[in-house]
Design a protein around this ligand. Structure first.
Ligand code: SAH
Length: 254
């Protein structure tokens, strides 16, 4: 039996639609969370809501690895766009993740996780390639995915897929001043969220493949809060469901 694949999102809005299509899920409670153990397209899957923030995400990842013996973790959800051209409705597949609020300088270089020698934790290339391919296919026809009304409403006419650095921290970045500071300090950062780099670090410690795919819900600016709430409710869940479903359907279950 192959080890199960973990599918993680922070919030119900991001994973609800996927949970609804797992045919044989069984809920297992651990660490105050519900782990949905079941199958999707012949793959053993454990799906769970981590809740928001780095510690919540790290706890969830550790339980997935220790208790459920998962062989890979895929994090999905929403993020704020940072780099120019990373717009609401786009998808970012992380190649590396960094904690933007970690700073033990001058003892260690800024952003470096003390005693690991790393600031940027790499994702699994094969997993990320496969997810980016699926995302590109899905985004070719946003109307099929979301319907014309939603596409018009959010101006999602030509969403695109980006790959690169995603940064995480325990802060909802919701002002132009904050996002400009992140752009200045980390010019190659594509998007900001609150969990990914923590899970990347845990997966690195365990030597387990990790990938992170985020839909851009806001531009991490003064309008972020309004955009975020509406987007998460209307778009995010459908994106995650379609992406994970299409990816698992394409991946041979052995
Ligand atoms: N539930 C609250 C706050 C959500 S926090 C609300 O409705 O306002 C935002 C969540 O989405 C986190 O899980 C984070 O990973 C992601 N996210 C989306 N946009 C973000 C941004 N601009 N800054 C930080 N995290 C963001």
């Amino acid at each position: 039996m192959r080890a199960p694949i973990a599918i993680v999102a922070a919030m119900q809005e991001e994973l609800g639609a996927l949970l609804a299509v797992m045919p044989d899920e069984k809920k297992v409670r651990a660490a105050g969370r519900e782990f949905w153990v079941g199958h999707l397209h012949g793959h053993a899957v454990v799906a769970v809501l981590s809740r928001i923030g780095k510690v919540a995400a790290a706890t969830t990842a550790t339980v997935l690895l220790e208790r459920f013996g998962v062989g890979a973790i895929v994090f999905t959800g929403v993020a704020g766009g940072l780099a120019p051209g990373v717009e609401v409705g786009d998808v970012v597949v992380a190649s590396r993740l960094l904690q933007h609020d970690l700073d033990a300088s001058p003892i260690f270089p800024r952003y470096e996780v003390p005693l690991t020698g790393h600031a940027r934790f790499a994702t699994d290339t094969a997993l990320s390639d496969a997810l980016a391919d699926v995302a590109a296919d899905l985004l070719r026809d946003p109307v099929a995915l979301l319907g014309q009304i939603v596409v018009n409403d959010f101006g999602l006419a030509a969403p695109s897929v980006h790959r690169g650095l995603v940064v995480s921290g325990d802060r909802f970045v919701s002002s132009e001043a904050e996002s400009a500071a992140l752009r200045r300090d980390l010019p190659d950062a594509l998007a900001v969220e609150m969990e990914g780099a923590a899970v990347a670090q845990v997966c690195h410690d365990y030597g387990v493949p990790f990938a992170a795919v985020r839909t851009i819900s806001d531009r991490a600016d003064d309008a972020a809060h309004g955009d975020f709430t509406r987007f998460a409710a209307v778009v995010a869940s459908r994106y995650s469901q379609a992406l994970v479903n299409a990816w698992l359907a394409r991946t041979p279950a052995t």
